[in-house]
Structures are given as structure tokens and as C-alpha cells.
Design a protein around this ligand. Structure first.
Ligand code: F7E
Length: 306
């Protein structure tokens, strides 16, 4: 999106990923020659200061994190460490660099956790239910504090789940769309899932990056909830995905207790009226089309890789 808008785009990548491009950088394969990648890490404050001073960015989009909620229970130490300190380091490095930079922080609907009101807006109190959710609340508060204390143009997008064919295979939507394509082609017999009753507000990632950019074009920074305002269960996602290839999901789902989370977020639904009003943002892809897009893309992927 930024390249299409004519931006000069820089990114930071850990050295370990730069050495394993095919495997680690597949999502940006098609545009990699148009980007400038720098070896740096969220875990190294010094590397971030160096990069900020070298590039002198106009806009910074901080999306990096250990973002898999389920895994955050298994490795809470590294999730909290990377997500909290990493965000602090980026903010502090920007403050050192003292320029008219605009900063975006990827906050998350996981901060609402055991929801205090329905739907959730920018004023809904947080009640995170995982180490990941807790790390995002801290990142959100750090961002707000840097905005208020140092007058930094720092905004947080409280993004609800956003999916696309580029989603990682560990997240439930892609796990299902990929399994559907494999089952349809006789490469897999069933799919193991955890809690299929939990509900999420699922939107299309491409719509959501537009919202991030719009936040940074505003004269004043702020916090914005971004979501579709519609919620669906994991079961509904599976039902639609399997029906798309003429199969009944009930014949293929196996419940695996190991995939249940120690504390779950049962239901999330966004009230993004502030973003709609102040940013003029609205989602363009509905749930049915999103599921269809992901299944179609995985059928194509299987066809090309068979
Ligand atoms: O789980 C349930 C699971 O891992 C969705 C991240 O991008 O969005 C994402 O977090 C739901 C949960 O995403 C399986 O228990 C059932 O209730 O796809 P997910 P998430 O946890 O909602 C937020 C906004 C973020 O910020 C995060 O970074 O699906 N579920 N069975 C399962 N989930 C997974 N992953 N795998 C299963 O087999």
C-alpha cells in the first residue's frame, strides 16, 4: 500500500530471517526489490536508535510482535519481553531522534478480552485474558504516555481480527482454509480445532492497513477501534469454508482439548464509529467474501504446489 502511494519504504528484519529469505520473507517476495531492509531487532534498543537516525523516517508503523495468542501462554516470558520492551525501545528511539515523525502502534481487540461492554469502542475498559493481551495493553499505554508526555504524534489502532490469504497457518482462519483445500484434494483427512464456539469480528487485512495509514494523516494523533461490527463463530467460519467446496464441516472437525486456551476470549465485536466518522474509513469485504477468498486462494496454492 505504501509503495503504491509512492513512499520510500524501509523495514527492519532480524539477521536470522535475512539469512533464510525463502522461508521467512515469503509474504513480501513480490515487492522485496522495492524495499530497503535493514538488519535490526526489536530486542536491541541500540539497533533501533541507529536505524531511526540513519533513515530519519516520516512515518513509523510498529506492527512487530509475538502475535500468536495461543503461544503466548506457552512462552509468556518472551512474549511479554519482546512485545513490551520492543514497543518501549521503538518509542524511546523515536524520542531520541526528535523529529516530526508520526508513529502507529498495532494495539489489539485482545485488550478487551473478557468484554466489559458490547460492542467495544475506544472507551471500553480493558480486561486482557492472555500474556499477549497484557503486552498489548502495556504497548497501548506506553504509546499514549509518549503522546501526552513528549508530544509525539503517536496513534494506536485497536484492530480486531484481520485476515487474508497471507495469514500465518497457526491462526484459525488460515488453518481452516488450508485444511479445506487439502481435504478437498485428498491430502488430509480431518482438522483438529479447539474452541469452535468462540466468536470474532473478522475483517480483511487490506482494508485495515488503509485505516493505519489514515490515522497518521490526521493532524492530531489518537486511538481508533477498527472492525466490521459483525461477529461470527469459528464454527460458522468452518461451515462456510467447507460448504464452499461442497463438503459438510461436521464430517471433518475433530476437537482437540490441547488447543483450548487456559483463559479464552469468548466474543469480540467492534464499534468503529469513531474511525468511520473521523477517518472516513469503512470495511469493503464482508465475512462471506473473506472466507471464499481464503479458500479459493488455498485451492490455487495446492494446485500450483501439487
Ligand atoms: O484464534 C479459536 C481460538 O488464533 C481465534 C491475532 O492476530 O487477532 C488474532 O488473535 C479464535 C480463538 O486469533 C483453534 O481459541 C479454535 O478463540 O485465529 P486466532 P486470535 O487469538 O483471535 C487478534 C486481534 C490479535 O491481535 C492477534 O495477534 O479461534 N480456535 N480452534 C483456534 N485458534 C487457533 N489459532 N487454532 C485452532 O485450532
Amino acid at each position: 500500500m505504501l509503495l503504491n502511494k509512492g513512499y520510500d519504504v524501509h523495514g527492519i528484519v532480524r539477521r536470522v530471517a535475512l539469512e533464510d529469505e525463502t522461508h521467512r520473507l515469503w509474504r513480501i517476495r513480490k515487492i522485496i526489490d522495492n524495499l530497503t531492509l535493514h538488519a535490526a531487532s526489536l530486542e536491541s534498543y541500540a539497533s533501533l536508535v541507529k536505524i531511526m537516525q540513519k533513515i530519519k523516517p516520516d512515518e513509523v508503523y510498529h506492527l512487530a510482535a509475538q502475535s500468536y495468542v495461543g503461544y503466548s501462554f506457552e512462552d509468556e516470558f518472551s512474549t511479554l519481553n519482546t512485545n513490551i520492551n520492543g514497543t518501549h525501545y521503538v518509542l524511546s528511539a523515536l524520542k531520541e531522534f526528535e523529529q516530526n515523525v508520526k508513529y502507529y502502534f498495532a494495539a489489539s481487540s485482545e485488550m478487551f478480552g473478557k468484554v466489559k461492554e458490547v460492542p467495544q469502542n475506544e472507551l471500553t475498559p480493558f480486561y486482557p485474558r492472555s500474556p499477549y493481551g497484557i503486552s498489548k495493553v502495556t504497548g497501548f499505554e506506553l504509546t499514549r504516555n509518549y503522546r501526552e508526555a513528549y508530544n509525539l504524534h503517536a496513534s494506536s489502532g485497536i484492530l480486531f481480527n484481520h485476515e487474508s490469504p497471507r495469514r500465518g497457518f497457526e491462526f484459525v482462519t488460515r488453518k481452516i482454509s488450508f485444511a479445506v483445500a487439502r481435504i478437498k484434494n485428498g491430502m488430509q483427512k480431518n482438522i483438529k480445532l479447539g474452541n469452535i464456539l468462540s466468536k470474532r469480528d473478522w475483517g480483511f487485512a487490506k482494508d485495515y492497513v488503509e485505516a493505519m495509514w489514515l490515522m497518521l494523516q490526521k493532524e492530531k494523533p489518537g486511538d481508533y477501534v477498527i472492525g466490521t461490527g459483525q461477529e461470527h463463530s469459528v464454527e460458522e467460519f468452518a461451515n462456510l469454508a467447507f460448504s464452499h467446496v461442497g463438503l459438510n464441516y461436521k464430517d471433518y472437525i475433530v476437537t482437540d482439548k490441547k488447543l483450548l486456551r487456559p483463559s479464552e476470549v469468548d466474543s469480540l465485536i467492534a464499534d468503529s464509529s469513531k474511525a468511520r466518522k473521523e477517518l472516513g474509513w469503512k470495511p469493503t469485504v464482508n465475512f462471506n467474501d473473506l472466507v471464499k477468498m481464503m479458500v479459493e486462494s488455498d485451492l490455487e496454492y495446492i494446485k500450483n504446489n501439487l
